[in-house]
Design a protein around this ligand. Structure first.
Ligand code: PGA
Length: 245
């Protein structure tokens, strides 16, 4: 269960979140929890989750280790700050920051090189779904975002299926629609990395996941977890989602 906080919360608010959240989920050993706060809040989040099972990740990274790249943060820096994971190719990065499939691939490789586990995000826009291009888009984004990974690297990588029309809109994909997309992605993974590796691949669903729709989604065997935006900002709400899973 992953929480994508996007550009919300200060370091103080991050600490306050975990003060509450840690006590709400402590007793459950499963599922794995990863929180993606804004980069500036990573140290506070790492500190607040020390000794708990919650892991911390970055929302984005640049593919060079260091250099004259004003405003960027490298995987190496995220790792040094205590992050274990990083989101790559979120649709908001593609849409507002002009990230291309080629950028996503460089970021996936840079993440792995830095010792971070990438979650590669894929998903079709509403016009693509209406034009029956969902399959084409997912196949392209999957192939482009994970090309050239070794088996070992692939095993460390997760995928999030986030239909763009469902993000922040309150429109969740039905469990069946999400499940079909996951099956397609797993099929692509099997073609490239073999059936066994594809079976092990963790595919998260994202897009308006809430405490009241998580159960239906998690009943689908194809759906391994969720990437939660808005509903992860409140500790009670995200803890409910974690428990329902
Ligand atoms: P949402 O965002 O849950 O607010 O729709 C999900 C995401 O963008 O990862």
């Amino acid at each position: 269960m992953a929480a994508n906080w996007k550009m919300y919360k200060t370091a103080q608010e991050t600490t306050a979140f975990f003060d509450r959240f840690n006590s709400l989920v402590e007793s459950d050993p499963k599922p794995e929890i990863v929180v993606f706060p804004p980069a500036l809040c990573i140290p506070a989040a790492v500190q607040a989750t020390r000794g708990t099972r919650t892991e911390i990740g970055g929302q984005n990274l640049y593919w060079c280790k260091e250099g004259a790249f004003t405003g960027e943060v490298s995987g190496h820096m995220l790792r040094a700050a205590g992050a274990n994971w990083v989101l790559v190719g979120h649709s908001e990065r593609r849409q507002y920051f002009a990230e291309t499939d080629a950028d996503v691939l460089k970021k996936t490789h840079a993440a792995l090189e830095a010792g971070l586990r990438p979650i590669v995000c894929v998903g079709e826009r509403v016009e693509e779904r209406k034009a029956n291009k969902t399959e084409q888009v997912l196949v392209r984004q999957f192939a482009a975002g994970l090309a050239g990974l070794t088996e070992e690297e692939f095993a460390k990588t997760a995928v999030a299926y986030e239909p763009v029309w469902a993000i922040g809109t309150g429109l969740t994909a039905t469990p069946q629609v999400a499940s079909e997309a996951h099956e397609l992605i797993r099929g692509e993974a099997a073609k490239r990395f073999g059936r066994e590796a594809a079976k092990q691949l963790c595919i998260l669903y994202g897009g308006s996941v809430k405490p009241d729709n998580i159960e239906g989604l998690m009943k689908e065997t194809e759906i391994d977890g969720a990437l939660v935006g808005g509903a992860s900002l409140d500790p009670e709400s995200f803890a409910k989602i974690v428990r329902a899973a």
